[in-house]
Design a protein around this ligand. Sequence first.
Ligand code: LMR
Length: 393
Amino acid sequence: MFEMMKKAEGDKILALMGLYRADTRPNKVDLGVGVYKDAHGKTPIMSALGKAERWQISHQASKSYVGLAGDVGFNDAITALALGQDYDRERVRSQQAPGGSGALRIVAELLAGSKEGATIWVSDPTWPNHIPIFSTAGLTIKHYPYFDADSGQVRFEAMIEALRAIPERDIVLLHGCCHNPTGANLSLDQWKELGSVLVERSLFPFIDIAYQGFGDGLDEDAAGLRHLAQIVPEMAIALSCSKNFAVYCDRVGAAILLGRNGDEADKAISQLALVARKSYSMPPNHGASVIRHILQTDDLHSEWQAELEAMRLRMLTLRTGLAESLRQHTNSDRFDFVANHRGMFSRLGLSLEQVEQLRLDHAIYMVGDSRINVAGLPDDGLEDLAAAIASVL
Ligand code: LMR
């Protein structure tokens, strides 16, 4: 059986992780995979999370199955975090999923089964793994323009023009905040304009939100999707807790569906449960129950929120620091956009050769499209980093 198989090429972001780990140079800098790092280059367990885990271990009485929807208390709490406390509970249903990727996959499969040739439009560029996830689930993938590499800005006019022209009822994948890989985001006014086009053209919004709290704040980062939830008849959300609760390896996420009414929402979530049953059956419980405990416990909730805010502010400081250093070392404003972007990533606009040269000559690791993980920037090494980048231009 296996002799017929070709060796898989593998995911480029994960391959970069392997190369970085194998590099023995002491001054190496990891700006690759989207994992938050503190000033010591570590990805610690958040303090609120550690406390909630200890609570969970002393209170968990059984490891029996929980159910296809996962931890229902988690689902309610995480949905309120995304949609705000006063969302329309009559029309919204949620299901826990194995990470944001698991949520993307099950929702994609649900949507692929909804009509022959279902098509999803993704931003150009988008997170590379969106493509295999959606195509494996059976969706046809097309792209809408999104990013202007020269200015580092969103090509909003072009995006809207493209979306106005696509067939009604097609699916539009949107990054809820902190666009991955570019870091260029829509303003709330742009979300509003986009919302009108989605409604006018009967397009189905599918929001991927994996970095809530990493951009402008927990509520600010969800403002666009909350606006959509108020005006569109139907939508889906794939949510990840990997980054904002730093539970990467615990695989915690949720799929949230908004239906036209309670009856339709019930039907859709029952189909989603079936999709899960046919693949992994039930989601892992540990991380979700820990996050539920945080969100339901006032002091832990405040502690987590303060930790998240400190992470966000640290990334902002690193952004302005790098933009300033690059301005000095390149003697130009070419990289000023780094300071204005939000979230974990920015795309620098370097060629693949320049990215390779940075890795080989300077032990600086970034994704081949020149995406950098801002949280990986060395607090005390911005000057050296900027000098290295300037040297390959
Ligand atoms: C990233 O984009 O680096 C993260 O979302 C990690 C991943 O799985 O690709």
